[in-house]
Design a protein around this ligand. Structure first.
Ligand SMILES: *Cc1c(COP(=O)(O)O)cnc(C)c1O
Length: 397
């Protein structure tokens, strides 16, 4: 008779504590490590040639007209709105299913955020809901390409054109995203990208804004460095002393060469990492096809999904387990998970400030209460992916 093998292995967690699978851990390779060392040894740490090269490479990758590297996507969103010349009391429409920075930057720009609920399938802002929220005060729309899935850009561009609104794309999840052959971030007036540690390519902290108009790009450059005139960027060069003049009250949002050094090499592997995440995405789809959890919708025809997040829905009525219990149990299996996102109106600050009521955003509320993001990074090995699948099945059983 066979002895039941390794009882501890059956009863213990899928992974050990020492081997905790960190959610969104980035892939860092030798080329960027060497490039950072070179920057350190050169003594040029701040904004310089590597940032300029990263801007040019990213601009070429995206087929964009203008690119300005910044220290975050939050800075990119903020400056896009300042460049949009919003007046106090102007309204900016965005999704309730996003990171708080999308909404906070609207407030920092002096405008009023207005939320339009999402589509239950795509989890992206629903153009019909946007249309319903437009008032004479509406000046801009921020479209978030959630999880890397493109928003319905034909509909949003049409609404923006018809009502003379600025269209800002929050592309924090959408570096590789395409819509009908065009790259996300080049369809609106501004495209805002993040290279934060958990994103598809990383610089530690970092961001980029793409602009269609030269005037917007130069305004953003000035605003990103204290409001100092353009030549200030060259202030520390070796071609003689340069005077600068402060032309407006700006911010400290510039990217450093240490970050640009990482980004240069990460960008070269953007497609390689994308293919790896696509593989993992399909592996999860196959593994969970017959299990009672909600899986992400397939990418739409004529689009490229960036596969930034793999989100499953835990409906307690079907699974017999609450979402939060599922999160706890995954963590107990030593697998890091994420929540993208508890919907914006669930947070006390916005409830108090704007009187937002979750019942007005039923789709985002429901998703926000059921969603769990499983690990999906290019760094995952085959056995990491199998561990995630094992843990999910063990918990659902
Ligand atoms: C990460 C993220 C941001 C903020 O990016 P930072 O570079 O960290 O400022 C904004 N919007 C969305 C949707 C994000 O996921």
């Amino acid at each position: 008779m066979k002895v039941p093998v390794l009882l501890t292995q059956l009863n213990g967690p899928v992974r050990t504590k020492d081997d905790f699978l960190v959610f969104g851990s980035p892939m860092i390779e030798d080329a960027e490590i060497q490039e950072v060392v070179k920057s350190l040894k050169s003594g040029w740490l701040g904004t310089g040639p590597k940032v300029a090269q990263f801007e040019n490479d990213f601009k070429a990758y995206k087929n964009a007209s203008y690119a300005v590297a910044l220290n975050s996507c939050t800075a990119a969103l903020h400056l896009s709105m300042l460049a949009s010349e919003l007046d106090p009391g102007d309204e900016v429409i965005t999704t309730p299913l996003t990171f708080c920075a999308t909404v906070n930057t609207i407030i920092h720009a002096g405008a009023k955020p207005v939320l339009a609920d999402v589509d239950p399938m795509t989890m992206n802002i629903d153009p019909a809901q946007v249309e319903a929220k437009i008032t004479p005060k509406t000046k801009a729309i921020i479209a978030v390409h959630f999880a890397g899935r493109s928003c319905d850009m034909d509909a949003l561009c049409l609404i923006a054109k018809r009502h003379n609104l600025k269209l800002i794309e929050d592309c924090a999840h959408a570096i590789e995203t395409e819509y009908k052959g065009r790259k996300a971030g080049t369809l609106g007036d501004f495209g805002c990208f993040s290279f934060y540690v958990t994103k598809n390519i990383v610089t530690g902290e970092g961001g980029m804004v793409l602009c269609r108009e030269e005037s917007d790009a130069s305004r953003i450059k000035v605003l990103a460095l204290h409001g100092m005139s353009k030549d200030a960027w060259k202030r520390f060069g070796d071609d003689g002393y340069k005077h600068y003049y402060v032309t407006e009250c700006g911010f400290k949002y510039n990217m450093m060469d240490l970050q640009g050094a990482i980004g240069l090499h990460q960008l070269k592997r953007v497609d390689k990492y994308w293919y790896r995440r696509q593989e993992i995405w399909h592996r999860y789809n196959d593994a969970f096809a017959d299990w009672p959890i909600g899986l992400p919708a397939s990418p739409e025809m004529n689009t490229r999904h960036a596969y930034h997040l793999y989100t499953v829905l835990i409906d307690e009525a079907k699974v017999g387990l609450s979402r939060d219990e599922f999160l706890n149990r995954m963590t107990a299996e030593n697998i890091g998970v994420g929540v993208h996102y508890l919907s914006i109106p669930e947070h006390p600050y916005y409830q108090q400030k704007f009187g937002w009521d979750i019942s007005k955003y039923p789709v985002a509320t429901k998703i926000g209460r059921q969603t769990v993001s499983l690990p999906l990074s290019a760094k995952l090995t085959e056995s990491d992916v199998e561990d995630v699948i094992k843990a999910v099945k063990k918990i659902l059983n």
